[in-house]
Design a protein around this ligand. Structure first.
Ligand code: ADP
Ligand code: MG
Length: 599
């Protein structure tokens, strides 16, 4: 099928992936459905514009014939006028086509980006641990744009081929069928060159894309950790590392461009030879009176144009091969189902907030050889404070991650009021279980925006109340614009302790049943920490799970759980555990619990 360049030209070795590409294409067409009106209009204009274009060489030949034979002014003016009308209208149509086209294209890109983003943010946490954020961002920004350009490009090229082939070749045949047949001789050679080119080019394009993604990853990583880079004076080293990745991209790009240049050269030579043959034969035809010189000129113009659109076609071909890869990348993430069991729909009005770990064993998906938690069982009682202590790497943060459903335990169960966590609605669970993480993340924006993050209907009074409980009120009102002060990118304008307090206010603002503090006051001075704890204990019905290093924070807890190497080794109140003279006592002796520095 000559008029379906997508199928025809897409160089792939196995037919399996050809059907895949067709599938992508149809799917993209489906995504463009909301834009069928502007797109339809664009293609209508495209057709009109092409019809106009096709007539121009014909009139050029006419003008030459009028000039070189018996000159009649009225004929000449008529031919000139027709030519002007055709070229002006076709330019206008081309302009309209371009406008509508870009409009639909940008809408399609927007739609694809949003769909992809929706799918990506729903993925489980280990997906983000094993996937570079640069890769995700590149798919979101580059691949989506490439994909939508390709869909439009494919339909565009099909229509262009249809109209132009029909128009140009019917003119050519009517001018001279002998010359037309002659131009076909070069087709197989051009075809072979194209085949060779696309197989090399496709491969290189893929490599270039990967290499670009890799070097953006490098840059991203360096920029994100710029403080560390500065403090180790490693700027030059990092620049060299980045340079190395740039160099690789550059080399691949050069190779790709060489292949393209060589291809262009070869096709131009073939084209030139065809033209020479055509001129020689044309000269014979003119001498023998078969055609006029004006018709010969028209014919040459048509022939050149046909060469032109074969070249555009091949350009599109590389664009299409880009886009088949890009489409695959976009759809791969768009279709990915999160590897955690879907959340249920439970939203009970009267939640007590009792949490039960029952024989939980857990391995990180990225490291399935060592269990991080081994057969852990404990209960968090409503309205009580539980402290989780133990040497670093013992699995405390991992318990928190399981409570947040970042991961799921391979064995055992975590129950909230007697029901497995995954039976609760996602939004509900996270409004009842609030976390202040070990390294709290704030978003660029105001203090207020950060506190209300994730809960829309919250009053000004509740915001202030949460800030007060988190002992953040003083420093917030001390800031220039109070609650409207900017916190900077990821909260960079706040100190570590201030960030922790804003994060705590954010957690409290949603009025949770269970509050998890993962070393959340490690950057506060002991007094402030004490005041906050006092405050939290007075919130009615709030259970607190606290992970802390300081003895003072831990010792008043209703129960203390000691985790070591993924095992629950001790369990009781401060006094009980001190009497036992076991692991906890050892931690006290070794000052492991108290030694945390205050920044
Ligand atoms: P703690 O909070 O008690 O210091 P963690 O729960 O953070 O300890 O870590 C427990 C163990 O799990 C450590 O050995 C750590 O290396 C490992 N670990 C933590 N996070 C991950 C992760 N995302 N992927 C793989 N292993 C991890
Ligand atoms: Mg930790």
């Amino acid at each position: 099928n000559l008029f379906s360049p997508y199928v025809l030209l897409n160089k792939t070795d196995e037919p399996k992936s050809k059907t895949k590409e067709m599938e992508y294409f149809l799917r993209l067409l489906n995504y463009s459905r909301p834009d069928c009106l502007p797109l339809g209009g664009a293609f209508l204009f495209l057709t009109f514009a092409l019809i106009g274009e096709v007539f121009i060489p014909y009139y050029m030949g006419r003008v030459i014939d009028i000039l070189s034979t018996e000159y009649k002014e009225s004929d000449f003016l008529m031919a000139m006028l027709s030519m002007a009308v055709f070229s002006i209208t076709s330019s206008i149509f081309a302009g309209c086509r371009g406008g509508l086209f870009m409009f639909s294209l940008s809408r399609l890109t927007k739609r694809l980006r949003l769909l992809l983003f929706r799918s990506v943010v729903q993925q489980e946490i280990s997906f983000f641990e094993t996937t570079k954020s640069g890769e995700i961002v590149s798919r979101l920004s580059n691949d989506t744009a490439r994909v939508s350009r390709s869909i439009a490009g494919n339909v565009n090229i099909t229509i262009r081929m249809l109209v132009k082939c029909l128009g140009v070749y019917s003119f050519m045949f009517s001018l001279s069928w002998q010359l037309t047949l002659l131009t076909f001789i070069s087709s197989p050679i051009t075809w072979i060159i194209q085949k060779l080119y696309s197989s090399y080019h496709q491969d290189l394009v893929q490599k270039v894309q990967e290499s670009i993604a890799k070097s953006s990853d490098v840059a991203k990583e360096i920029i994100e950790s710029v403080k560390t880079v500065h403090s180790f004076a490693a700027e030059e080293e990092e620049a060299k590392r980045y340079e190395k990745s740039l160099q690789e991209t550059h080399e691949l790009q050069t190779r790709r461009d060489f292949v393209t240049a060589f291809y262009l050269l070869a096709t131009r030579i073939v084209n030139l030879m065809t033209q020479v043959a055509m001129l020689l034969y044309g000269q014979y035809l003119i001498q023998s009176g078969f055609i006029t010189s004006g018709k010969m000129v028209s014919f040459i113009l048509y022939q050149m144009e046909s060469g032109d659109y074969i070249r555009t076609l091949v350009h599109m071909l590389s664009e299409i091969t880009h886009s088949a890869g890009a489409a695959q990348k976009v759809f791969q993430y768009m279709d990915r189902t999160p590897q955690v069991s879907p959340a249920g729909s439970l939203c009970p009005d009267d939640l007590h907030g009792q949490i039960e770990f029952k024989n939980v064993t857990f391995y990180y998906p990225s490291r399935l050889d060592v269990p991080v938690l081994k057969d852990i069982s404990f209960t968090l009682h409503p309205g009580r404070v539980t402290a989780l202590v133990g040497p670093s790497g013992g699995g405390k943060t991992t318990c928190v991650s399981l409570l947040e459903r970042f991961y799921e335990p391979q064995e055992g169960n975590i129950l909230l009021d007697g029901k497995p966590l995954n039976e609760y609605k996602h939004e509900y669970l996270h409004s009842k279980v609030a976390l202040v993480a070990q390294e709290p993340i704030l978003f660029a924006g105001s203090v207020r925006e950060n506190i209300v993050y994730g809960c829309e209907n919250i009053t000004e009074e509740q915001i202030k109340e949460a800030a007060r409980k988190a002992k953040a009120e003083d420093f917030i009102s001390g800031m220039e614009k109070s609650y409207d002060s900017d916190v900077g990118d990821s909260g960079a304008q706040l100190s570590a302790g201030q960030k922790q307090r804003v994060a705590l206010a954010r957690a409290l603002a949603r009025n949770p049943k269970l509050l998890i503090l993962d070393e959340a006051s490690s950057c506060l001075d002991a007094d402030t920490e004490q005041q906050i704890q006092q405050c939290l204990q007075n919130i009615l019905g709030l259970s607190v799970l606290i992970i802390a290093h300081r003895l003072r924070t831990v010792q008043k807890a209703d129960q203390i759980i000691v985790l070591k190497d993924g095992c629950l080794v001790e369990h009781g109140t401060h006094d009980e555990l001190v009497k036992q003279k076991g692991e906890y006592y050892g931690l006290l002796q070794g000052n492991l619990l108290e030694n945390k520095e205050v920044n």
